[in-house]
Each structure stands twice: as C-alpha cells, then as structure tokens.
Design a protein around this ligand. Structure first.
Ligand SMILES: Cc1cc2nc3c(=O)[nH]c(=O)nc-3n(C[C@H](O)[C@H](O)[C@H](O)COP(=O)(O)OP(=O)(O)OC[C@H]3O[C@@H](n4cnc5c(N)ncnc54)[C@H](O)[C@@H]3O)c2cc1C
Length: 356
C-alpha cells in the first residue's frame, strides 16, 4: 500500500494537492483547521478556471458563478481602455465550500481513500512521509513569514447602478491607490480599494471616501454596504518553504498582491506541483532534487511577481504614501532576481514531474 500524505488546510491549494494525490492513488489524511476569516469574493481568470476544470470538472463548482467578459482600465490621465478579458466572479465562501466538498467526495472514491482528522501537531511529529502545509494556522514551527510592504485592501459588496455593466470589471488608479470593481451578478458587485497601509479609523467611511473620489467607478455604484473588510495584501513569503518531510503550498508558502489577479491560480498550481513531487519521490525519484525544484519553482514565481508589481507601481502616479511600498518592492525584486531567472531541472506535464 502506498504511503499516506497529511494535508493541513482546506483552501484551493489543499484541494489541488488532494486532486493530484488521489489520481496517483495516495491515501490522504486531511486536517481542515477552523479559521475565522471572511473569504473575499473572487475573480477567477481564464487560466484558473481552465485548471479547475482539469482538476475537478467545472459544472458543479461554477453553478453560482457570474460570467465576466470585459475589463476597463482607467490608469493615469489617459482615457479608459476596454480589453476583452473572460473571467468568472464567485462568492469566496461558495467557492471554498464547493471545491472542498468535491475534494472530500473524491477522497472517498479514490483508491487510496482518505480520512479527515483534527489539526495535528507540527509536521515533523506526524510520522508520515509527507505533510503539505496549506494553512497558516498549521504552519510548521520555526518557519516565519516575510512581507514586502504594508499595503492593505478594503473590500465590500455594493449595488450596481446599471445592469448593462454586469459583464465588465473596472480598475482605476487614483492618488490613494487602485480601486477595482467586479460584478457578482446583474445588480451586485465587489469593490476593492488598495491603500499603502491599513487605514486608520472607520473602514466603511474610508472606503466610501475613496469610492466617492474615483472618476469612473463612483457612477457605477448605486448603494454601498457598510460591512467592510480589510486584509494585508503586500507580497509575502515563508522561510523556509520546505522542511524535513513538509512542503508549504498556496498562500501559506507565498501570498501575492491581488493586483495580479492570479492568487487562486498560484495556490492551485503549487498544490498540483507538491502532489506531483510526492508522487515522483515515492516512485523512486531523487527526493533532494525534487524538493530543490519545488523550492526553486516557488521562488521563481515569487520573484517574477515582485518584479511585475514593482514595474506596475513604479509606472503609476500614486501619491507619496506609496513611495515606501515601491522602494520595498524594488529592493525585494533585486533580492529575488537570481531566483526569478534560475533554471529548472524538472517540468510538469499531465500533473507529473519529469526531468526537463
Ligand atoms: C482581499 C483578497 C482578495 C483576493 N482576490 C482574489 C481574486 O479576485 N482572484 C484570485 O484568484 N485570488 C484572489 N485572492 C487570493 C486568493 O484568495 C488566495 O491566493 C487563495 O485563497 C489562496 O489559497 P490557499 O489554499 O493557499 O489558502 P487559503 O486557505 O485560501 O488561505 C490560507 C491561509 O490564509 C489565511 N487567509 C486567507 N484568506 C484570508 C482572509 N481573507 N483573511 C484572513 N486570513 C486569510 C487563512 O488563515 C488561511 O490559513 C485574494 C486575496 C485577498 C486577501
């Protein structure tokens, strides 16, 4: 019988790892920690939707999703530009619950089978060959998170003034930061406002002030919900990303600035990669080389993300309060530039790792 893999977490990264490991016939010991946070509504880009389709089929998961076709970019003084950008918007809670349900159903049906258990002590003491850490609440003892900046996002649901705009996202840059609006249906949308630091004072008032000062997005909003959530959004990475028998995946390994629109995709890809690594190692592959590849692949993505964010923020006329974010991003980009360009020894095809 093949070894069992412990997975800590219940988000997209954990689910992607479950799908990958089930296909390879592993037994899975899943622990979903209780976490008290409001999952933000999500916009899933085309690549993420496609990957989810490949991993678990899309009909069930996206029954409550809303289709988006266009994005308007109002960046700087130039006239807004409309680009075709197919995507799906979905309630964060629906998405997480739906994906986890499909993954757990798959556990029952898979060859290896699976069970869910309460949270375990840190990875090293579980006695299992591998633990995949996909939850900050179950992060390995001794690891730490380094964050590059202090920016934060306020988000809330709003009413749309015109159903004709329901297939179109907007992103607009202002002096305070960027503001994003994504319809969730004919009449509802989520708005996100990125600020250079966690705002002081009443978050609803801060967000209302920012929305009121937008040149374009303000007129799309009919009413504004006063329940406003705040979350840090500066890029962050865990040190180390791997340890004795454990691999960190998803946002537990690295969190991306949501401006990239690819956080869920990145979480899924890291879960898939971890599952492929475990399968390759258990089939006799060079464990050290495979783990080194995993680490390098994550560092490379993180380096590329830092560079892209830094270029974008440097080219934008945000107010002076963003200077610290830009300087920290530039310094971090330099630190990670070698990792961003490092060659890779393996490539991933059909969810399997093979020498490149
Ligand atoms: C405000 C915000 C908006 C985002 N919007 C998008 C988007 O539109 N499209 C997209 O593809 N990705 C988006 N992301 C990124 C996406 O949510 C994550 O990349 C993805 O959920 C990571 O999956 P995971 O399985 O690694 O971790 P998850 O299980 O989702 O979370 C891992 C850990 O992070 C902590 N955590 C996660 N979310 C929160 C939260 N909101 N508050 C407090 N703690 C939290 C939890 O403790 C958890 O242990 C957004 C992220 C944030 C913070």
């Amino acid at each position: 019988m093949r070894k069992s893999v412990r997975i800590e977490g219940g988000g997209p990264a954990a689910c992607a790892a479950i799908f990958g490991l089930c296909r390879s016939g592993f037994a899975i010991d899943l622990s979903v920690p209780t976490e008290d946070f409001t999952a933000p509504p999500l916009v899933l880009n085309e690549g993420t939707v496609q990957l989810l389709g490949e991993l678990c089929g899309r009909s069930q998961l996206f029954a409550a999703a809303h289709e988006l076709r266009r994005r308007v970019v109002a960046w700087g003084e130039a006239a807004p530009t409309v680009i075709a950008e197919p995507a799906l918007s979905i309630s964060g809670a629906h998405f997480r619950e739906g994906l986890l349900r499909i993954a757990i159903d798959g556990l029952g049906a898979s060859r290896g089978g699976g069970r869910t258990t309460p949270p375990a002590p840190p990875a090293e003491s579980t006695g299992q060959a591998w633990t995949l850490c996909a939850s900050a609440a179950a992060a390995p003892a001794g690891s730490r998170v380094e964050r590059f900046g202090a920016r934060a996002m306020l988000f809330a649901e709003v009413g749309l003034s015109d159903a004709a705009n329901a297939d179109c996202c907007w992103i607009e840059a202002g002096a305070e930061g960027w503001v994003f609006l994504a319809p969730l249906g004919a009449r509802r949308a989520v708005v996100q406002a990125a600020l250079p630091a966690d705002p002081r004072g009443d978050a609803a008032m801060v967000l209302a002030g920012i929305l009121g000062s937008t040149r374009h997005i303000a007129r799309l909003i009919a009413d504004f919900e006063t329940v406003v959530h705040s979350h840090p959004i500066a890029p962050a990475i865990r040190h180390p990303l791997v340890g004795d028998g454990w691999l960190a995946v998803g946002s537990t390994a690295m969190a991306l600035d949501p401006i990239c629109g690819d956080g869920t995709g990145q979480a899924l890809r890291s879960g898939v990669l971890a599952a492929a690594l475990v399968a390759a190692a258990e089939e006799g592959g060079d464990r050290r080389a495979l783990v080194a590849h995993f680490e390098r692949r994550l560092l490379r993505s993180f380096g590329a993300h830092l560079a892209a964010c830094t270029r974008l923020y440097q080219a934008t006329l945000f107010g002076s309060r963003w200077q610290r974010e830009i300087a920290e991003g530039a310094a971090a980009t330099a630190t990670f530039s070698a990792a961003a360009n490092a060659p890779l020894e393996f490539s991933l095809n059909n969810l399997k790792l093979a020498p490149a």
